[in-house]
Design a protein around this ligand. Structure first.
Ligand SMILES: NC(=O)c1ccc[n+]([C@@H]2O[C@H](COP(=O)([O-])OP(=O)(O)OC[C@H]3O[C@@H](n4cnc5c(N)ncnc54)[C@H](OP(=O)(O)O)[C@@H]3O)[C@@H](O)[C@H]2O)c1
Length: 428
C-alpha cells in the first residue's frame, strides 16, 4: 500500500473524461502499484454543471481555472477538445508547473510546437497518446520503442467513421449516402460529419505522426487532404474485382531528406494487413528500416479505449513526478523540409467512360505515354454507351498524372474521367 498520493484534475467530463473518471476509480489499486502513488480525482471542469450525469463526480465545477490554478492538482488532463479555451488552460497549467495529458489532436496538430516548448521551458511533461488512434498505443512506440530505428513510412486508417462507411459500402454494396446515414444512426458519425468524411480529423493525426516519426515540423494545414465523399459503389466494385479494397489512409513518408504527408482514399491490395481493418477499427502500419513492418490495431475512439491511453499517460507523468527525473524535452530540434504534393510518386487507378470504337485504347495510352506515365494493367468493362476503361499505372509523379488527366479530359474518345484514386501498399 503506497502512502503517496497525486491529484488529477480534469478539463472536460464528456465521452473521454467520463472514461478517465471510471478508470481512475475502477483500476485504482493497479494504478497505485504501477505509478507509485494513489491517483486521486480532483476538480473536474465541465461547461454545464447542472446537467444530469451517469457518473458521480464529487468536485464538478463550471470554472476551469479551479483546475489549472488549484495548487493541490498535480496533473491536469485536458479532454474538452477544440482550440480555445483548451490552449489557454493548458498554457496556464504548464505555467503553474503542472504536467498535462491531452487527447486533443486538433490542438496538438496545430499548436503543439508552442505547447511543447512551454512544457520544456517549465520542466514539465505534455503527453498526448490518445490524440492519435484513441486507445491504440502509437505515440510512445514511435517516440520510445522505435527510437533506435529509422521509420520510412507510416500508413494509417486513422478515422473510425470513414472506415465504417467504407466497410458498409464494400460489404453491403451501399452507396456513400446510405452508409453515412447508417453511421449517423449508430452514433459513429456526427450530425455534421465534415471533419471525418472530408479527412480533416485524419489529417490532424497524420500531421502528428509525421512530426514524431521524422522529427519534422508538420502541422495539420501542411497535409494534402481528400475525403471519401467522391468514392462510389462502382469504384469499390471495380477495386474488388482487381483485388483491392478502398480505405481512407493517412500517409507520412520521408525520403531524400523531405517529408510528405497526405490523406486520401486509396486502393489497398486485399493481401495487405490494412485491408482487413474493418468497421470502426483503426490501425497504424509502420515501415521501419531495421525492424521491417509493424501494425498497431484496435479501437481508435470510444470512452474507455481512449481513456486507457489517457490514463496510461497519467501513470507515465506520475512516475516521472515521483522519481524527480527531468522530463524529456518534447520540443526536439525539428527539420522542416516538406515535399510538395505534386512531387509525390505513387501508383494510380483511373476509370474512364469511353466511346466504344477502334483506336480508343491507343489514344488513351498515348496520353499517358506523353507524360511518362506507364500503364501497368488495363481492363475494358461494358460496351456501347457504358464502355469503360480501368487502368492501373506504375508508380508515377503526381504532377505527371495530373497533366495526363488534363489531356484525357479533352480527348474526343473519352466521355468522362469518372474516377481517379491512388494505389498504396504494393501489388494486388
Ligand atoms: N470521443 C472519442 O472517442 C475521442 C477519441 C480520441 C480523442 N478524443 C479527443 O478527446 C477530446 C474530448 O472528446 P470527447 O468526445 O470526450 O468530447 P465531449 O464528449 O464533447 O466532452 C467534452 C467535455 O468538455 C466539457 N467542455 C467543453 N467546453 C468546455 C468549456 N469551455 N469549459 C468547461 N468544460 C468544457 C464538456 O462539458 P459538458 O459535459 O458540460 O458539455 C464535456 O464534459 C477531444 O479533443 C477529442 O478530439 C476523443
Amino acid at each position: 500500500m503506497t502512502a503517496r498520493s497525486l491529484t488529477v484534475g480534469l478539463l472536460g467530463c464528456g465521452t473521454v473524461g467520463s472514461g478517465v473518471v471510471r478508470l481512475l476509480r475502477d483500476h485504482c489499486e493497479e494504478l497505485a502499484a504501477r505509478s507509485g502513488a494513489r491517483l486521486e480525482l480532483g476538480p473536474v471542469a465541465v461547461r454545464n454543471v447542472a446537467r444530469d450525469r451517469e457518473l458521480d463526480v464529487p468536485r464538478l465545477t463550471g470554472d476551469p481555472s479551479a483546475v489549472v490554478d488549484d495548487p493541490d492538482v498535480d496533473i491536469v488532463v485536458e479532454v474538452m477538445g477544440g482550440i480555445e479555451p483548451a490552449r489557454g488552460l493548458i498554457r496556464a497549467a504548464l505555467d503553474n508547473g503542472k504536467s498535462v495529458v491531452t487527447a486533443n489532436k486538433e490542438l496538438v496538430a496545430t499548436l503543439g510546437a508552442e505547447l511543447f516548448a512551454l512544457a520544456a521551458q517549465r520542466g514539465v511533461r505534455l503527453e498526448y497518446e490518445a490524440a492519435v488512434a484513441g486507445g491504440i498505443p502509437i505515440i510512445k512506440p514511435l517516440r520510445e520503442s522505435l527510437a533506435g530505428d529509422r521509420v520510412r513510412r507510416v500508413l494509417g486508417i486513422l478515422n473510425g467513421t470513414t472506415n465504417y462507411i467504407l466497410t458498409r459500402m464494400t460489404e453491403d454494396g451501399m452507396d456513400f449516402g446510405a452508409a453515412l446515414g447508417e453511421a449517423q444512426r449508430l452514433g459513429y458519425a456526427e450530425r455534421d460529419p465534415a471533419a471525418d468524411i472530408e479527412g480533416y480529423d485524419a489529417a490532424a493525426k497524420a500531421a502528428i505522426l509525421a512530426s514524431l516519426a521524422f522529427d519534422a515540423d508538420v502541422v495539420a494545414g501542411d497535409v494534402y487532404r481528400e475525403g471519401i465523399t467522391r468514392v462510389t459503389a462502382t469504384d469499390i466494385a471495380h477495386a474488388r474485382r482487381m483485388g483491392y479494397v478502398i480505405k481512407l489512409l493517412g500517409i507520412a513518408e520521408a525520403s531524400d531528406g523531405a517529408v510528405g504527408v497526405r490523406v486520401h482514399p486509396a486502393l489497398v491490395p486485399v493481401s495487405h494487413p490494412l485491408a482487413s481493418v474493418r468497421e470502426s477499427f483503426n490501425a497504424v502500419f509502420v515501415e521501419g528500416e531495421a525492424v521491417g513492418d509493424l501494425m498497431f490495431y484496435g479501437r481508435g475512439a470510444g470512452s474507455l479505449p481512449t481513456a486507457s491511453a489517457v490514463v496510461g499517460d497519467v501513470v507515465t507523468v506520475a512516475r516521472g513526478l515521483l522519481s524527480g527525473e527531468r522530463p524529456p524535452d518534447g520540443a526536439v530540434a525539428r527539420t522542416r523540409c516538406l515535399r510538395p504534393f505534386d512531387e509525390t510518386t505513387v501508383q494510380y487507378y483511373v476509370l474512364l467512360d469511353v466511346a466504344d470504337e477502334p483506336g480508343v485504347l491507343a489514344a488513351v495510352a498515348a496520353a499517358f505515354g506523353g507524360h511518362a506515365v506507364s500503364i501497368k494493367s488495363v481492363w475494358q468493362e461494358g460496351s456501347g454507351d457504358s464502355a469503360q476503361l480501368l487502368l492501373i499505372t506504375h508508380a508515377a509523379r503526381e504532377r505527371n498524372v495530373q497533366a495526363t488527366l488534363h489531356d484525357l479530359r479533352v480527348l474526343p474518345s473519352v466521355r468522362d474521367v469518372a474516377s481517379v484514386m491512388r494505389v498504396e501498399g504494393g501489388e494486388a
